[in-house]
Structure formats: structure tokens, C-alpha cells
Design a protein around this ligand. Structure first.
Ligand code: NAD
Ligand code: DAU
Length: 339
């Protein structure tokens, strides 16, 4: 029997990278293709433990490059596509929205065309809860799969646009798709521009931690391992055309998150420095995960166990994040903050 071929886009990034490792280790019978352009967010050193495994392949390519993507699909005849590749950071989208439209909208369209033309059996589009906009502080209000799309940042608007394209390829061409919308992830290999790894790495270096506004914004945190398990489930059991929200009821204010990390590392809260608020800053995200739970998913980590595992990982992998924060990232940080 032919081995199933799975194309994972963005597999050199944070979540895609964790998913590539999860799948390569768990499914030796699958051929896993990691396609990534290697932007500032891409890093292949994370795959040292799997790069020599026979079922792992890397392709350096741009998802917006139709002249590369269509021939690649025609040659490899992928069975499944799991599409992570994106520009993913809200702050960067506020400064430079154009690349978000190009990568997240145009890139997704190129992949959809290739998947349609080569009759891919499943296209899982990894989206985000940010497409729903923001919730108020009423603790019983949640994003469900039926919540209207009301994206507020150029990033979330580009993701919502790509979601609508993916939906249209199901409705119009019967492409077997699923869309997943997950809450904020954290865990190993999280790029230190995002709140949790930024806080851990800066606290470890006794540097100030910038908290936007007064720190009362709420995010619903999910360990990346639990996100990977949910995507695996959707890939194998998702009903074609359906959207699945993914989240584990781990709501925390940004100030709570920063203080938790500071306390666990035995440092002083004086490291927190309030910074000018993000433009269009969404107040609260919170997922109702009942639909993915009915499919058979339940998270492994609580926020407490997950954040401890993550802090331990950053303590044990200083070489990984130190090389990032000492490179080009320093210029980004200086432009973004005045600390
Ligand atoms: P990331 O920024 O860490 O990684 C993105 C990857 O995509 C990088 O490896 C980058 O090189 C690659 N890439 C960018 N442009 C490309 C292009 N034109 N062609 C090929 N590859 C390209 O992102 P992440 O945080 O791992 O997010 C992955 C996906 O999950 C995104 O689609 C994001 O919207 C979604 N998501 C993220 C979160 C989160 O909390 N991080 C939550 C929900 C959904
Ligand atoms: O909800 C899912 C989304 O989560 C994903 O779609 C995005 O790709 C991912 O980046 C993330 O978006 P957020 O904007 O929520 O994540 P970020 O880590 O950038 O910020 C989390 C919260 O912390 C947010 O309220 C802004 C705040 N923040 C962030 C940074 C970087 C600060 O207060 N200070 C900071 O320096």
C-alpha cells in the first residue's frame, strides 16, 4: 500500500514545528513534508532530532509562489495538507500589514488551487480565535463556531479572509476542508516576540517586561502539545466543511501571566513595566470547546502544569532562544519598544 503523504506548511515555525515533530514520531507510516520559506520566524535547528528519519522531508518554498507550488503538488500528489504557514504576530501586522495579506490570503489561495487541482483528500486550515474579534468581560460569554467573524487587526482580518476562501473551496468545489480556530498557544520553541516567551526570556535576563495598557486584557492559553493533538484528531476525524474551535478554558489577564512567570522564576514584580497600549487591542478571547470535545479531544495540560513545563524548557534550551534574541530580533525589539 502507498504511504500517505502529508504536506505541513510552516513546519519550521512554532506550532507547525511542534506538529511536524509530533507526526513524524507518531506516524512512521506517513511521509511528512515540511514546506517553509524560512522567514524570521522559521528555524530548522529545532528538527535535529527528526531530520535524519526516513519519513521526514523538508522543502524550502514560498506558498505565494504559484510556479513552485502547483508543480510540487502535481509531482508529490499529497494526500493531506495541514496549513500553518502565515505571518502570525499582531504587532508586526500593525506596522506592516501588506505582507500579511500576501502570505495569509494570497498564499492560502495558491495552496487551495493546488489542492483542488490534485484532489487532496483533506485540507486542514489552521486559523485563530482572533477572527471572531473580542469578547467583553462577562465570564460566561465565549466564542463558538457560530460567532460572527469580526476581526480587528490586519493580522486577524487576513486570517478571516483566508478562512472565507477555504470555506468557499468547500462550498463551490467540494474540497474536503476543515478550519480550526485555536486560542493563544504557548510551549517549546515559541518565538520570543510573543508575550509568554518574551516574559520568560527577559525575566531570566533581569530585563524589563513590557505590558501593554494596564495589563487587564485576557487571553485563553493552550499548551501547543494539546493544540497538536486536536489538529491530529481533526485531520483524521473532522467532518468535511466543519469549523472546530480549540481551547481549554485557561483565561488569564496579561498581568497574571507575567506575575506567574516572575514568581516561578523567583524574581521581582518590579521587572514589569507598563507600555503604550497596542492599537485596536482586543480585550478578551475565550473559547467554547464543546464541539472539538465531542469529536474526542481533551487537553493534557492545565495552565499551571503547562507553564511550568514551558519555563523548564526555556531554562534547558537557552542556546535556542539566546541565538534568536542576539540576532536580527534585537532590531525588531528596539523598534517596537522603548524600554
Ligand atoms: P510562526 O510565526 O511561529 O511560524 C510561521 C511559519 O510560517 C514560519 O516558519 C515561517 O517561516 C513560515 N512562513 C511565513 N511565510 C511563509 C511563506 N510565504 N511561505 C512558506 N512559509 C512561510 O507562527 P505560529 O505561531 O506557529 O502560527 C502558526 C499558525 O497557527 C498560523 O497560521 C497562525 O495564524 C495560527 N495560530 C497561531 C496561534 C498562536 O498562538 N501562535 C494560535 C492560533 C492559531
Ligand atoms: O489568539 C490566538 C492568537 O494568539 C494567534 O492567532 C496569534 O498568531 C498569536 O500571536 C496570539 O496573538 P496575541 O496578540 O494574543 O499574542 P501576543 O503574545 O502577541 O500577546 C498576548 C497578549 O499580551 C496581548 O493582549 C498583547 C499583550 N502583550 C504582548 C506583547 C508582545 C503585552 O502586553 N506586551 C507585549 O510585549
Amino acid at each position: 500500500m502507498m504511504r500517505k503523504k502529508i504536506l505541513i506548511t510552516g513546519g519550521a515555525g512554532f506550532i507547525g514545528g511542534n506538529f511536524v515533530q509530533y507526526m513524524v514520531n507518531k506516524y512512521p507510516e506517513y511521509e511528512i513534508y515540511n514546506l517553509d520559506l524560512m522567514t524570521y520566524a522559521g528555524d530548522l535547528t529545532k528538527h535535529q532530532s527528526i531530520e535524519k528519519m526516513g519519513n521526514y522531508h523538508f522543502v524550502k518554498a514560498d506558498i505565494t509562489d504559484v510556479d513552485t507550488i502547483i508543480p510540487l503538488f502535481e509531482k508529490e500528489k499529497f494526500d493531506y495538507v495541514v496549513h500553518f504557514a502565515a505571518e502570525s504576530h499582531v504587532d508586526r501586522s500593525i506596522k506592516n500589514p501588506g505582507i500579511f495579506v500576501q502570505t495569509n490570503v494570497v498564499g492560502t489561495h495558491v495552496l487551495l488551487e493546488a489542492a483542488k487541482e490534485t484532489k487532496v483528500q483533506k485540507f486542514v486550515h489552521i486559523s485563530t480565535d482572533e477572527v471572531y474579534g473580542q469578547l467583553d468581560l462577562n465570564p460566561t460569554s465565549y466564542f463558538t463556531e457560530d460567532t460572527p467573524l469580526q476581526p480587528n487587526s490586519p493580522y486577524s482580518a487576513s486570517k478571516a479572509s483566508s478562512d472565507l476562501l477555504v470555506r468557499s473551496y468547500h462550498e463551490t468545489y467540494d474540497l474536503p476542508i476543515n478550519i480550526t480556530r485555536c486560542s493563544n498557544n504557548y510551549g517549546p520553541f515559541h518565538f520570543p516576540e510573543k508575550l509568554i516567551p518574551l516574559t520568560i526570556t527577559r525575566v531570566l535576563n533581569d530585563q524589563k517586561v513590557p505590558i501593554y495598557g494596564v495589563g487587564n486584557h485576557i487571553r485563553d492559553w493552550l499548551h501547543v502539545y494539546d493544540h497538536c493533538k486536536a489538529i491530529e484528531l481533526v485531520l483524521h476525524k473532522g467532518i468535511n466543511g466543519e469549523v472546530y474551535n480549540i481551547g481549554g478554558h485557561n483565561e488569564r489577564t496579561n498581568l497574571e501571566v507575567a506575575k506567574t512567570i516572575i514568581h516561578k522564576l523567583g524574581k521581582s514584580e518590579k521587572l514589569i513595566e507598563f507600555a503604550p497600549d497596542r492599537l485596536g487591542h482586543d480585550l478578551r478571547y475565550a473559547i467554547d470547546p464543546q464541539k472539538i470535545e465531542r469529536l474526542g479531544w481533551k487537553p493534557t495540560y492545565t495552565f499551571e502544569s503547562g507553564i511550568q513545563q514551558t519555563i523548564n524548557w526555556y531554562l534547558e534550551h537557552k542556546y535556542w532562544w539566546q541565538k534568536i534574541i542576539s540576532g536580527d530580533y534585537r532590531n525588531y525589539f528596539d523598534r517596537q519598544y522603548s524600554l
